[in-house]
Ligand binder design. Sequence first.
Ligand code: GDP
Length: 534
Amino acid sequence: MTTEVEIELEAAVERRRNFAIISHPDAGKTTLTEKLLLYGGAIHEAGAVKARRAQRKATSDWMEMEQQRGISITSTVLQFEYRNCQINLLDTPGHQDFSEDTYRTLAAADNAVMLIDAAKGLEAQTRKLFEVCRMRNLPIFTFINKLDRPGREPLELLDEIERELGLQTYAVNWPIGMGDRFKGVFDREKRQIHLFERTAHGSREAKDTIVELGDPRLEKLLDRDLYYQLKEDLEVLEEVGPALDVEKVHSGKMTPLFFGSAMTNFGVELFLNSFLDCALKPGSHNSTIGEIPPTYPDFSGFVFKLQANMDPKHRDRVAFVRVCTGKFEKDMTVNHARSGKTVRLSRPQKLFAQERESIEEAYPGDVIGLNNPGVFAIGDTIYIGQKLEYEGIPCFSPELFAYLKNPNPSKFKQFRKGVSELREEGAVQIMYSADESKRDPILAAVGQLQFEVVQFRLLNEYGVETHLDLLPYTVARWVASGWEALEKVGRLFNTVTVKDSWGRPVLLFKNEWNLQQVQADHPELQLNSSAPVV
Ligand code: GDP
């Protein structure tokens, strides 16, 4: 029998879509986010997100470090409505604030949008983020941006994605012209052409004129050569390209692909509509009691990100929780699986850009920010009812390594406590040299910012001044086959062996090339780029 709660949950899940954008800096993530919000009616004029950011910079001093560097450390969740759906955009920190949090955010996402600059194609950060999506078989929607500028041939871009990522592509729309001659896109499903007009800085929704493919006006509306180019491209696509297979999209094997220009709003609305039709709704999650559907009546969720010192007035910490099942209600008392304690969830927050807004309830697929009095760590499960725990969020391959030194012996205790707490919280990974004589902890991070946060917090929260000795390694691999297998191999050149916080062997390589060499010489070593948290 379906209960009232289940009906309510089903309706909530039905209208929710959640995604994160993966891209390389400068591909246009901020711009696209803004345009999506514009179409979603969450803001009324594009530019508002940036303006708000600038305003906040001027008026808020919530974190000294943020001010010093003029960057945003906070990743936020943007919520907006479109076509009666509630869309949750999980903002992944990028640029200089790239850190393990960027990867972890993908653990909370149901879909990913891969944003690519048409002139540049696949870039380093996008590839890394794509690998994390692949680990989870996330559906990936590709938006090829900046068609209003000269870029690479569309067919060449498709080919690059297929070849290098091993991802089948299905172009949902196709660009007509490029750069100054970008006229619009062809919607392959409806077989219509959307001709766009540029609006001033793309601050309003783009006006688009829809013309059927067979319309006799077309040859005039499009330049003749563009019209023939379109026909030729379409023939190639129909001949060699696979048909759209939604199942493959949902299992992350095929990506629907869109062309457009976020800045001028070309193609953004078409993209949003197709995304809503095809994206995965909040789904089931693996747990210690099996796979649990989102309509499971009791509330549960997991922590995927922690944030310290967001507001100097409160000096508080926020734990971001992805709601997996049931309905979340303010002031709820939940069980904390790791400690076995109960926690009352007061002051839940929803975050829009930097503004906090108190929330009363949340459903599967939503993200809530909880006040964290030091209880929560990355990957923790909270639940009511029958005890359950979700699969933890793995450690991701760090790329920067440094010995962390405490020059003041009288601060040893605080130093040790600080390092241990920051590690538990997931601010940084801690490793140790396999050589027992070297006892300083090694900070292992995905981004430079993590080092700075650790040093800043050790000083401000634990009163310990530290310094870093950078190590010349850039790639880490967990040796899944264990210590014994590693010993059998003997000495490896240009690498160093360290152990992670759980005593597992990790090899650090100077570069990818060294890694490839070791892999080629010792195929029996199973090397992994991520490892479970135990
Ligand atoms: P992010 O680093 O990925 O967040 O990128 P931004 O959204 O800040 O964009 C980087 C730069 O590219 C900015 O100067 C944008 O104005 C520009 N940009 C973004 N989208 C487009 C586009 O569709 N066309 C053109 N010509 N420029 C764009």
